[in-house]
Design a protein around this ligand. Sequence first.
Ligand SMILES: Nc1ncnc2c1ncn2[C@@H]1O[C@H](COP(=O)(O)OP(=O)(O)OP(=O)(O)O)[C@@H](O)[C@H]1O
Ligand SMILES: [Mg+2]
Length: 720
Amino acid sequence: MALLDFLKPKPKTQPQTPMDAVAAAEQAALQKEQQAIQQFVQGLVDVKDIIAPSAIEIDFNHAVIGGKFFRSYFTVDYPTIVVPNWLSPLINFEYPVDISTFYYPRDTGEILDRLKRKIAEMQATINLEVEAGRQGDPTIKVRLRDALALQEQLAQGSERFFQYSLYLTIHADTLEELEKIAKNLESTMASIGVIIKVATLQQEECFQSTIPYGMDKINESRNLDTTSIATTFPFVSSDLTMEKGILYGLNLHNRSLVIFDRFSLPNANAVVFATSGAGKSFAVKLEAVRSLMLGVEIIIIDPEREYEKLAEAVGGEYISFSQDGAQKLNPFEMSGLYARDEDELRFKILTVSGLVRMMLGGALSPEEAAILDRALILTYKEKGITPDPSTHTKEPPLLEDLYKVLNSMAENEAHSMAIRLEKYVRGSASGVFDQRSNVDLNNTFTVFSIRDLVDELRPLAMYTMLDFIWNRIKRDKRKRLLIIDEAWLMMQYPDAARFVYSIAKRARKYALGLSVISQDVTDFLSSDFGKAVVNNSAMQLLLKQAPSAINTLQEVFYLTEGEKQFLLSAGVGEGIFFAGANHVAIQIVPSENEYNLITTNPNDLIPQQLAEAAADKLDLDNRPIPVPEEPEVAPTASGVATVRPEAAAALVSGGVSAAAMADSLGISESPTASPLQPTSSQASEVPAAAVSPTPPTVVESTNQTQTDVAGWEPPPEVGL
Ligand SMILES: Nc1ncnc2c1ncn2[C@@H]1O[C@H](COP(=O)(O)OP(=O)(O)OP(=O)(O)O)[C@@H](O)[C@H]1O
Ligand SMILES: [Mg+2]
């Protein structure tokens, strides 16, 4: 051919001007420079050079990249009917899967033309069948109906048309493992009606289609309309796992761990709501012991004497208030701190007047309120305490001083208030709020109990404790959790509710996380302060709910219908955990030791008590122990449990294990004996029975009936 080159027309060459020569020289210099830069860049080491595997081995149905085995799949068919979230088994698949989906919008006009042709074909087939006197294929009729419906929607513009592709890649360290995962994946996909195929001889292209470059190298797509395509939206899996924090439980969606640090939220406050026995106190106790390990200080207000055993186990301090007890708190005591943005005395007077109002029986008339305010200022003034911060370290007044000031005032209202206050200074309720403080917060785990106070004084005591704790907290900033169990006791008094709210609002400044627990959701949320506490709590835990409370909760927490149903049917320790903007369904899971330490289930406690009692008995050398003569009958929540005499006799003879004893007492082993599989039975519903030389007493607590069980001498009282 080269011989015939001369036949080609010669290119016409034009004489070069000096200007062209200069431009050409510049061009050549530029090209040279670019080549040099390119060569230099090629010689540089880039991140890709470092992370890229040295080779990629593409096999028939898998690829080996950097020692790892990969298998890629494409999808050939989808279920005919899909529901929202139908891809969730794939998203929550137990092994890692790389998933890529491609959405191609298609021109509706083109599709309408094709549909028209297809519809005409199907109608013709049906007509032919009818003419031949046959029934016709029912599937064609169904397809025709669907096609007509789609045609109408497309024509109206209410639906658009898309093509959709789904590619998957799984990986494993060995080929055997890859085969195992592949089998699992294929059956998972088959269970949701999706047919996937290994991209045989196209592993490389299919793999490239699943890496985040947005390249569809397989082009295997299916037609879907807008509604169907919307259901493929994959981001439905919720995860709440952080690098640091404590374990709250298992995510019920995908069994991942809910590990969370509440101090990382905008505020560290939490509210816990559930019916009685659903596991509120249990969840909070678990959080407390686990947080303790991270150096968080724990302070608990415990109205039911539930936290004593836990305090003992972790070397904490248990402070119990009673009228005759030695431990006292003076509500007039000040923090002794000077904070520039806070008028300490003014805040203190507001707090004390809240308490006095509660003592006086609630709302005061405007005159009474003004007199009380004046009386309080006077009471502090008499002790030399004025708004000047340097005076705040002086010895604080006592309730009796206020009583005297009120008595010395001229107004009748003052005298009337003094008379109503007398009960707390000299009367039946004296000895609790009218003494100097003699307790302090110097343990990392402190429990304040009010179980030994009469019901009427409990909210007042909770208020006083909260004030005392708040004053101590303000002294030094440290990560702390302040837990108020049975907070509804306080929230029913507007003054106490306001106080809880004011703490919730200011807690963040002092690195404090306030946990408020309540079983009385409706009451709690009906108070504006209650709602405000919820709004100031970045973490919320909802466990099993009563039907009467669920609608209020749904409104406040924006629950979906599914979440509402879930909370109504949740088992013990199951619920929804809200943390900031995220929320997950959670199962709170204790370890066996944690469970034994914090359970309050009578069925767990009685065998424990019996075991302890039996051990104690062995220590008492030959000391005669009275054997109950008559079998005792313990009242139960669901009926009457009879204690058989042989069981009692066996107990005193010390020859039977606690479990066998519980069995012979007619109490089955704990239904929640395996903490990982709690049943839905609740503490308050579980029959309680015990061996007791005296008939057990039924103590009416504020909201539920509980059985106080006495053992033999010395009577090991079981506080349930
Ligand atoms: N997550 C859990 N796993 C296993 N058992 C649990 C769990 N949560 C609670 N329980 C069992 O249920 C019992 C009752 O739980 P808890 O004391 O927390 O109830 P509560 O919601 O605080 O009720 P109340 O409002 O009456 O105080 C626990 O003592 C424990 O035995
Ligand atoms: Mg509780």
